[in-house]
Design a protein around this ligand. Structure first.
Ligand code: ATP
Length: 237
């Protein structure tokens, strides 16, 4: 079995006849904090969809915990231990914060200290204050906290966040970065898409850069700082 928790092996994915991924490779080791970087339209979300079984790659493989999960339905991928914080957050608008959190709760992998309502409220005290409010009545920041909380309530081994802080106010962003730091320290494996490189350079163990549906580069934050000008240009830094 490979040392990697997640290993994406040269996947190719299509929207109808249009090829979006040509050769995407990435790995996340247990306890690692990994970013998926790249400008708009380079294939980050498509990669996440291909990992989660929302799309099935036509070539290549997605391996998780040594199992080939390529094309598995999303619910089975989730059960195996991948939690998603989706780009659109997708909280249930007609359920309260508490109900949203309970709706996804499970501990299928039998974690000794699973995520519970109280633990999520400890991470995001704001959610406790808003426990009875409907999902529809939350601010963008609160919705994102709820989306993270919901994913944690599934007790995943790997948490994937697509656009973790997009559209959020700076103070809320800072709160999300603090939370991710805490989650990393707890040993959770994280794969994240976000455009804010400054906090990512601090938090991430490794970065993967996508360009036009291909993994163009991978390396540490130090490697990225020392990298070629054109590489940094393709990230807009
Ligand atoms: P962004 O940051 O803008 O979300 P991204 O890196 O996540 O960008 P993707 O959304 O994965 O990029 O898009 C990769 C390619 O696939 C783009 O060329 C995009 O136009 C195309 N694409 C994305 N979604 C669809 C879709 N539903 N139907 C057809 N083509 C799509």
């Amino acid at each position: 079995m490979s040392d990697h928790l997640l290993r994406v092996e040269a996947i190719q994915s299509f929207y109808g006849d249009a090829q979006a991924l040509f050769d995407v490779r990435l790995e996340v080791a247990s306890g690692e904090f990994v970013t998926l970087l790249g400008r708009n339209g380079m294939g980050k979300t498509t990669t996440v969809r291909s990992i989660l079984g929302i799309m099935t790659p036509r070539h290549g493989r997605v391996m998780f915990k040594g199992q080939d999960i390529t094309g598995w339905p999303s619910f089975k991928v989730a059960r195996l231990g991948i939690g998603l914080v989706p780009e659109q957050r997708q909280v249930f608008p007609n359920l309260s914060v508490r109900e949203n959190l309970i709706a996804t709760a499970s501990n299928r992998l039998g974690h000794a200290a699973p995520w519970t309502l109280e633990r999520v409220y400890g991470l995001f005290p704001r959610l406790k204050e808003r426990a009875k409010n409907l999902g529809a009545n939350l601010s963008g920041g609160e919705q994102q906290m709820l989306a993270i909380g919901r994913a944690l309530m599934t007790n995943p081994q790997l948490l994937i966040l697509d656009e973790a802080t997009e559209g959020l106010a700076p103070l809320v962003r800072a709160e999300i970065w603090d939370c991710l730091q805490t989650l990393k320290a707890s040993g959770l494996s994280i794969l994240i898409i976000d455009k804010n490189l400054v906090p990512l350079m601090r938090l991430a163990d490794r970065h993967f850069l996508l360009e036009k549906g291909r993994t163009l580069w991978q390396g540490s934050s130090e490697d990225l700082l020392a990298s070629r000008h054109d590489l940094r240009e393709s990230l807009g830094v």
